[in-house]
Structures are given as structure tokens and as C-alpha cells.
Design a binder for this molecule. Structure first.
Ligand SMILES: CC(C)(COP(=O)(O)OP(=O)(O)OC[C@H]1O[C@@H](n2cnc3c(N)ncnc32)[C@H](O)[C@@H]1OP(=O)(O)O)[C@@H](O)C(=O)NCCC(=O)NCCS
Length: 168
């Protein structure tokens, strides 16, 4: 596919498009307030991808404090809460671009490591994360409402985090 896309920060006016994509692509759906809350928390890490000015994908993230997955120190961890691309626009690199953009923004918020949960059977997503350097840290048994297990995947940034701005 040769269509080109662009990635920009989410704006609250985009909410119905993002909610639509979430419902089309994932069984985990949320009330509008959840999306708006995440945007309020870390606006630079909530991104949308557009093709011809139409939103076709999004990523939303949260900055959480916890013990490092790679050591014992308390750190700010970047949590990829949800990422999705419409079926019609997959395999163009959009998912990868959204994840990279989300990670860059989380680095700006002071995170140097990241984590996410993904369905064990979601081979496509697992493969995309692996390509970006993530690895499976453990299995979360029965994590999803329908009983499916999740992989907890973790990844690291190569750059040192700088406290440029604080997520709420
Ligand atoms: C996971 C998801 C976001 C990936 O989105 P995507 O835009 O298709 O991702 P990419 O295009 O960056 O990468 C997908 C594959 O296409 C390949 N690809 C990237 N650019 C390509 C191009 N120009 N031509 C052909 N293939 C390409 C990538 O190498 C990748 O291959 P891999 O899976 O073997 O590693 C998408 O499948 C999705 O929305 N799934 C449903 C929601 C979901 O599962 N979200 C994750 C929950 S944690």
C-alpha cells in the first residue's frame, strides 16, 4: 500500500472517531470519560493517525510509578493502555509509528521503560511489539473478562529520560 499517513496529538473533538475505532477493533471498550481522562493525564502520549484527514488509528498511554521491570529502583513506567488501527489501514506501518510516537512522548514525561498487556492469541500485536524490542515478561492468567490470558510485555528506551514535562 502506498497511502501516506500522519500522526498528531489527539484533540477532545476527535473522541467519537477514537471510540469508534476502539469498538471496531478491540473487545476492551471504555466510556468516553476514560479516553478524556487519559488525555488529561498525558496529552502528548495520546496520538491519532490520519489518512486523508480521516482518523484511522490511535494510541493512548498512562505514566505510572512503580518498581522497574529491569532493576529494583522506583521509576516512572509508561503504560500503553490501548493502540489500534482500522483493519482497512493495517500493514502500512501506522501501528508502529503510533507506538514509537507514544514511547517518545512517554520519554518526555520521564519514563525510560514501558509495559503493556496483550492477549496471548493476538499474534499480530505481539509481533509488532517484539519488532520494537519488547519481550514477554510474564503471563497474566485469566486477565481478560472472557478468561483469555494476557502477556505482560516490557520494553525499554535507549535514551535517558529527561523531566521535560509532568503528566497529571
Ligand atoms: C496491532 C496493530 C495496532 C498493528 O497495526 P498496524 O498498523 O497493522 O501495524 P504495522 O503496519 O506497523 O505493522 C504490522 C505488520 O505490518 C508490517 N508492515 C509495516 N509496514 C508495512 C508495509 N509498508 N507493507 C507491508 N507490511 C508492512 C510490519 O512489519 C508488521 O509485520 P509483523 O506483524 O510481521 O511484525 C493492529 O493490528 C490492530 O489495531 N489490531 C487490533 C487492535 C489490537 O490488537 N491492539 C493491540 C492491543 S495490545
Amino acid at each position: 500500500m502506498t497511502e501516506s499517513y500522519s500522526v498528531r496529538e489527539f484533540h477532545p473533538d476527535d473522541i467519537r472517531h477514537v471510540v469508534h475505532i476502539n469498538k471496531e477493533t478491540l473487545p476492551e471498550n471504555y466510556p468516553d470519560q476514560f479516553f478524556i481522562g487519559l488525555h488529561y493525564h498525558a496529552p502528548k502520549a495520546f496520538l491519532v493517525a490520519e489518512v486523508d484527514n480521516v482518523i484511522v488509528g490511535y494510541i493512548m498511554c498512562r505514566i505510572e510509578r512503580g518498581i522497574s521491570s529491569f532493576g529494583r529502583l522506583p521509576v516512572k513506567k509508561g503504560h500503553i493502555v490501548s493502540v489500534a488501527v482500522l483493519n482497512s489501514h493495517r500493514h502500512m506501518g501506522i501501528g508502529t509509528a503510533l507506538i514509537k510516537g507514544g514511547m517518545d512522548a512517554m520519554i518526555e514525561y520521564g519514563s525510560s521503560e514501558f509495559f503493556l498487556e496483550v492477549r496471548k492469541g493476538n499474534e499480530e500485536a505481539v509481533s509488532v511489539y517484539e519488532t520494537l524490542g519488547y519481550s514477554v515478561r510474564r503471563v497474566l492468567r485469566g486477565y481478560y473478562r472472557d478468561g483469555e490470558d494476557a502477556y505482560l510485555m516490557v520494553g525499554k528506551s535507549n535514551s535517558t529520560p529527561e523531566e521535560v514535562s509532568d503528566a497529571e
